[in-house]
Design a protein around this ligand. Structure first.
Ligand code: ZN
Length: 133
């Protein structure tokens, strides 16, 4: 090797260094279901299954298990959408009960299933962000 100079590895072979990630940045990454640290790997495998680690940076997701918190937060959010909607419709239009049920029960189911993966991603990211040293 001439002059003892080290051969620089190309950037792709260098281990990636990650600085501290802010809470809101991690939360936004989790909300989009991406790894809160690297923003590249998928935070969820499939609908809401959590892989053991990030496929891109290797972040261990196991210490960030969210358990029932995403379901709780999702119900909280959906309840704050559906209940006022139902009450406003009742006050304004006085529809039949069957019509209210035909509208708001499917809306509740759809909103819950649609929001759950995003809320789970955000919850896992929030847990990870709060555990950063
Ligand atoms: Zn990652």
């Amino acid at each position: 090797m001439p002059n003892g100079a080290a051969i620089a590895r190309p950037p792709a072979e260098r281990p990636r260094q990650f600085g501290r990630v802010g809470f809101l940045t991690a939360f936004a990454r989790g909300l989009s279901r991406r790894c809160p640290r690297c923003d590249r790997g998928a935070l969820l495998a499939g609908y809401i299954a959590m892989p053991p680690r990030c496929a891109s940076c290797g972040l261990d997701f196991e210490p960030c298990r969210a358990d029932d918190a995403p379901a709780y937060f999702t119900i909280l959010i959906v309840g704050h959408i559906v209940v006022p909607g139902l009450l406003l419709m009742e006050r304004a239009l006085h529809p039949e009960t069957w019509l209210q049920m035909a509208i708001w029960l499917p809306a509740t189911l759809f909103l819950t299933l649609a929001l759950l993966p995003f809320v789970k991603g955000a919850t896992i990211a929030a847990i990870w962000a709060s555990k950063q040293g």
